[in-house]
Design a protein around this ligand. Structure first.
Ligand SMILES: Nc1ncnc2c1ncn2[C@@H]1O[C@H](COP(=O)(O)OP(=O)(O)O)[C@@H](O)[C@H]1O
Ligand SMILES: [Mg+2]
Length: 363
């Protein structure tokens, strides 16, 4: 199926929750909606499922106006973060539920339903769980069953709202691979909602970054990671350092900044902001630089260096040095980023309060 969402708006009272969403979903793709809590992801998914309605805009699936189609006639499969399976029903019956409640004229015969459930139990690698009750399952097993229930009706589209959000990191990673595999075998068009960047990037063919009711960017993981389209996306993807710079002939200039590793940008001269991830910043001792090391901590593999100067505090993450002359608290250093993103205009974030000079905590 293909889906077009056009100029979709939704407000709850005074709050504009969707502020003009335009999105095309391609047949058979796994698309992730990625955004912070409150950005409107669940609202959009509920509108697609028919559990809520927009104030304006359209939703078209295979050319049909879905805003005129009742939820039960849309054939969507929905899995929520805490989708309570029916506790009094065994796994088999939970999976069969959507088929068992079909109107008589469309409901497959009981033997067909049983065969379908068997097939799904095998396919989802939960054959051994068919006779258990939900209370006898782990969180990860429950979500596999929930997906089985969603798939049983042969949905046109799978809508997954943070389905792994309540699980441990290691189980989430397993389920991610499992889901990708299930998707590749079924080819069911899938919309996966998450606020976890790694999850979105690892799973999805395309990622849709949402912020405050708008789509900020649509692209592959690499496109979004390397070329965030806005300061919002840059910040959301870990560029926590915002350095005010002046652009001259496409080159960023600031006291204490060595921008020689950065490409020139086709941007007009003037004030701009350079967005950096801590891991992109190399530090080189330079007594003329205004940046001074205030604190160094070690994570084992990395050294986290807090700096201040020119009214800003920032963090760099370096591989742990083994050399004879490591950087020390109090040293002046210049910043030598090997990647970065520049947006015109002044930095929006207020500089954080300076932290007191401390003894080096790294041993
Ligand atoms: N039924 C509702 N009534 C009032 N406000 C709501 C309702 N549902 C969601 N909201 C608000 O809409 C915004 C977006 O919510 P949601 O779509 O759940 O975002 P997300 O899933 O990205 O966290 C939030 O500010 C939330 O408080
Ligand atoms: Mg949500």
């Amino acid at each position: 199926m293909t889906m077009q969402v056009t100029s979709m708006m939704k407000r709850f009272g005074e709050t504009e929750v969707l502020r003009g969403i335009d999105l095309n979903v391609r047949d058979g793709e796994l698309i992730a909606l990625l955004g912070p809590s409150g950005s409107g992801k669940t609202t959009l998914l509920k509108i697609i499922a028919g559990l809520d309605w927009p104030d304006a805009g359209s939703l078209s699936v295979d050319g049909e106006d879905w805003l005129r189609v009742r939820a039960q006639d849309r054939r969507t499969g929905f899995v929520f973060q805490h989708y309570a399976l029916f506790p009094h029903m065994k796994v088999r019956d939970n999976i069969a539920f959507g088929l068992n409640v079909m109107p008589k004229d469309r409901r497959p015969p009981a033997a067909k339903i049983a065969a379908k459930v068997d097939e799904l139990l095998q396919f989802l690698q939960i054959a051994h769980l068919g006779g258990r009750y939900p209370a006898e399952l782990s969180g990860g097993q429950r979500q596999r069953v929930a997906l089985g229930r969603a798939l049983a009706i042969g949905p046109k589209v799978l809508l997954l709202d943070e389905p792994f959000g309540a699980l441990d990191a290691a189980i989430r990673r397993d389920l991610r691979r499992w889901l990708r595999d299930v998707h590749d075998k079924t080819g069911t068009t899938t919309i996966f909602v998450t606020h976890d960047q790694e999850e979105a990037f690892e799973l999805a063919d395309r990622v849709v970054v949402m912020g405050a009711g708008r789509i900020e960017q649509v692209g592959t993981a690499d496109e979004i990671f390397d070329h965030p389209a806005s300061p919002f996306v840059a910040r959301f993807l870990g560029a926590t350092v915002e350095l005010p710079v002046i652009l001259r002939a496409g080159r960023a200039e600031a006291p204490g900044l060595d921008a020689s590793m950065l490409e020139r940008r086709a941007l007009p001269d003037g004030f701009a902001t350079l967005f950096l991830r801590p891991a992109e910043i190399d530090l080189q001792r330079d007594d003329a630089s205004p940046f001074r090391i205030r604190q160094i901590t070690s994570t084992g593999a990395l050294r986290r260096v807090m700096l201040d100067g020119t009214g800003i505090v920032l963090e760099a993450e370096l591989p742990r040095q083994r050399g004879a002359d490591p950087l020390k608290v109090g040293d002046h250093v210049r910043l030598r980023p090997d990647a970065g993103r520049i947006f015109p205009g002044a930095a929006r974030k207020a500089p954080p309060a300076p932290i007191p000079l401390k003894k080096e905590t790294h041993r």
